[in-house]
Design a protein around this ligand. Structure first.
Ligand SMILES: [Zn+2]
Length: 481
């Protein structure tokens, strides 16, 4: 009888098996966790196979909840598998990739500095609130799917606003959840088949029942951080050499379902992913340092590179923030899906583990709990540094459209002289940045020809940035003596 009801439900609602009252699903998890769960809740979990520190299991949602309470993890702590064969097979699957030819370098100071200055805390706050206002984004809810459809439209509008014809956004439909993921692609100008990817999860969950799971920090904050990073890249006119992808995953909270399917798809199609960085919970400042790099189930080389980026861009000046390291355990977030496919993955997190936002997975995970998006700004900055320095700049979009012969910019006697002659657009703003990216002077709507006294600035190198009414940009390094 129960089976007939179940089949009818699947037939009529198109809902997946595992979310039904039968309540059992396949997964992999840490062997220790599986053994402890088995001792604790013997009727709720069966260990199908063991390999090293990992187990393939068949488990109930009661076991899944018990696992969540037991271990120090913010994600599910297990990785969902569609069937027994895949779960057991995953234990033997070791994807090895040759990362030797990836050279991480820091070469893009001017564009990074410009982008860091464009990142706007208000946009992050607005986006967190937008997502929170769905009430709940649990993957089986219509509101979750709606949030994905709306995010696609938002990302498309953002690309249109900045005149990007090299950007496309798609919904990625899944086998094991009805909720789609959202993927934005910025085509690489020189190496379109090499991908630099960042992501976060769009779904939310609550351990108090899923009718009220606003998920503001977990993980509206991550989606908001990467969205603002990309918006700033667009505003600066950044064109990447490698392709960039931004992913908002479905169904992370029930075993990394969305990212698992996408990473497996990319892996089986041999997609060349240079590096992957996860942004899951970015807006609760709970520890002594700002950014905590998770060191388990991530790549050491990539973690070191992200730390170098922070040493370079965030050690002083107005973009200063600090980092430490922490652990996150098995199946903690979507980076694990990429890591398991042999890709370089990293996960910078909002606090040291155990000191992260105490309200996640409850009705109280709202924006008002933090009341500011200042912490998330740091992750947005780190995200843009990573994207620019890993994808590399093919030149700013507008630079190519402003031929060098139409303008003349130089400094004499600590005065900046500039002229844009025979130039149909009007200069809308002139901004001077210091070497750490602080804007030290700004002039709105100047004439197309003029001079600006810079004698009050201390000696050193600066970048002067002209923007036109058509969002064209000209950057030039200048020296004040
Ligand atoms: Zn999360």
């Amino acid at each position: 009888m129960k089976k007939i009801v179940l089949i009818a439900l699947i037939f009529f609602a198109g809902i997946n098996l595992y979310s039904q009252e039968e309540d059992r699903f396949y997964a992999t998890m840490a062997l220790n966790d599986a053994r402890e769960l088995l001792a604790d809740k013997p009727g709720e979990i069966e260990i199908l196979a063991e390999r090293g520190n990992e187990a393939a299991v068949h488990m109930s949602h009661i076991a899944a909840e018990a696992l969540h309470d037991r271990i120090l993890v913010h994600g599910p702590g297990y990785i969902f598998k569609p069937d027994a064969e895949t779960a057991v097979g995953a234990l033997d699957r070791r994807v090895v990739r040759d990362h030797s030819r990836i050279a991480f370098t820091i070469t893009e100071d001017p564009v990074v500095m410009q982008v860091l200055n464009l990142i706007d805390v208000q946009n992050i706050e607005d986006h967190i609130l937008e997502l929170e206002n769905y009430g709940t984004r649990y993957h089986t809810f219509a509101s979750a799917t709606q949030s994905a459809v709306d995010l696609k439209a938002k990302w498309e509008a953002m690309a249109t606003l900045y005149g990007r014809t090299d950007v496309s956004v798609r919904l990625y439909n899944h086998l094991s959840t009805q909720m789609p993921s959202v993927i934005m692609t910025i085509d690489g100008a020189e190496f379109p088949d090499e991908f630099v990817i960042v992501g976060g999860h769009l779904d939310s969950t609550s351990n108090q029942g899923n009718n009220d799971a606003p998920g503001a920090d977990d993980d509206a904050s991550g989606i908001a951080s990467i969205t603002e990073a990309v918006r700033a890249l667009f505003e600066a006119g950044f064109v990447p050499k490698r392709s960039i992808e931004i992913m908002a995953y479905a169904a992370e909270e029930i075993g990394l379902v969305g990212s698992e399917e996408i990473a497996a798809d990319y892996s089986s199609n041999n997609v060349n992913v240079t590096a992957y960085v996860q942004f899951d919970m970015t807006n609760y400042n709970g520890s002594g340092q700002d950014v905590y790099f998770i060191t388990d189930f991530t790549d050491g080389t990539l973690n070191s590179f992200l730390m170098q980026l922070m040493d370079h861009y965030n050690a002083s000046g107005s973009h200063t923030f600090t980092y430490g390291t922490s652990l996150c355990n098995y199946g903690c977030s979507d980076h694990a899906s990429w890591h398991n496919e042999g890709y370089m993955a990293a996960f910078p997190f909002e606090a040291s583990f155990g000191q992260h936002n105490p309200n996640i997975h409850t009705a109280s995970d709202t924006y008002s709990f933090t009341g500011t998006a200042e912490h998330a700004v740091k992750f947005s900055k780190l995200c843009s540094e990573f994207l620019i320095e890993t994808a590399k700049s093919d030149g700013l979009l507008a630079v190519a459209e402003v031929p060098a012969e139409v303008y003349n910019i130089y400094v004499s006697d600590n005065t900046l002289y500039y002229s844009f002659n025979d130039f149909e657009a009007d200069i809308s703003a002139v901004v001077v940045y210091d070497i750490v990216g602080n804007s030290v002077m700004r002039l709105e709507d100047p004439d197309n020809e003029g001079s600006i006294t810079l004698g009050h600035l201390s000696a050193g190198m600066y970048i002067v940035n002209f923007t036109t009414d058509y969002s064209e940009v000209v950057n030039k390094k200048i020296i004040i003596r």
